[in-house]
Write a protein that binds this ligand. Sequence first.
Ligand SMILES: CC(C)(COP(=O)(O)OP(=O)(O)OC[C@H]1O[C@@H](n2cnc3c(N)ncnc32)[C@H](O)[C@@H]1OP(=O)(O)O)[C@@H](O)C(=O)NCCC(=O)NCCS
Length: 380
Amino acid sequence: MSSLTTTQPPKGLEGVVATNSKICYIDGDRGVLAYRGIDIHELAEHSNFEETCYLLWFGSLPKRNELNDLRKRLAEERHLDPAIIEFLHKVPKQALPMDVLRTAVSALAFYDSDQRKNDHDANIRKSIRLTSQIAMIVAAYDRIRKGKNVVEPDRELSHSANFLLQLNGTKPSPTAERALDIALILHADHELNASTFAARVTAATLSDMHSAVTSAIGALKGPLHGGANEAVFRILETIDREKADPVEYVRNMLAQKKKIPGFGHRVYHTEDPRATHLRVMSRDLGKSSGKSKWYEMSEKIERFVKAEKKLNANVDFYSASTYPALGIDEDLFTPVFAVSRISGWTAHVIEQLDDNRLIRPRAEYLGPEYPNRYVPMDRR
Ligand SMILES: CC(C)(COP(=O)(O)OP(=O)(O)OC[C@H]1O[C@@H](n2cnc3c(N)ncnc32)[C@H](O)[C@@H]1OP(=O)(O)O)[C@@H](O)C(=O)NCCC(=O)NCCS
């Protein structure tokens, strides 16, 4: 009996439901995104990143003592083995932060006391640890490559405030802390996006959490996925440097059949609900930091692309003009995406392993017909 499904798969697996999950709900037609059923708009308004982590990992909102306990555990895990710091010093100074993060996360496994354990509780511990460590690696490498000292963590601060402290060397304002916190909530999970799928495929082989997260970081890097936010900012910078007209610049890109980073989405056919918040943040932070030129350019581009191509801005478009106001450099945008998405990746790895089956689809073979005989070298 053939076990093959013979229908032609859609390119890029568009619309294919590849697994069951209880973590993230998306309605692409209505622009709905919800974690464990709770709308992202409610979370952005009322929640914080630590609480969102709890929701993703444990399935429901925490009681006060449960949240305090998770906060404490995250803070206690603000520690990197000296060998990781040494590695960050040794990599070439021009290395891309995203590449450094990928390799450092893989190396973290060597120093993780749970490395050989793959059970549910060990994976929760690794999720908490990795969430704290990834933020520290991103901040530490940025300072090291700039010849600055690595800032000691402050275990009294929230995850967001501590990240900004370790990145910029000063305690952030409550506005900056809240802005990053909302950005982290918005980026925390997104169902079977490419990097999460990569994480689940790796986890499903019964490999381990660090391998799954390393796979995910590799997938997130690409400009069709998390790398888009950096690509958006490079365009804004070029327009600024060349004193170009933003609309003409983008019109020209479209004429050359180039895709405009930060627009379009595989799942949303309306506004990406995350963009709604990031647009406001970009505007407000731009105003308060005196750098509103990025927002103003972005707004013009958004209006034009929407009218011309009927494409909506996605999560990456306005995060590009939000992050500079928080002291985050352009090539850290995608690593900062990982600082948040680690919560979703790990939640999915845990869910995969709680009811695992190897993920191993088939390909429709379109190559030379079988049997295609081997021709010896002297007769080719
Ligand atoms: C996100 C993305 C990869 C989704 O891709 P997809 O579902 O495979 O959709 P396609 O690339 O097939 O695009 C469908 C159509 O819209 C157009 N389109 C989609 N996104 C576009 C963009 N950003 N700029 C210009 N045109 C775009 C495509 O050219 C295509 O047009 P066609 O049918 O005339 O050829 C795609 O929209 C994109 O590349 N966006 C830019 C990168 C980005 O922002 N990624 C982050 C996503 S959160």
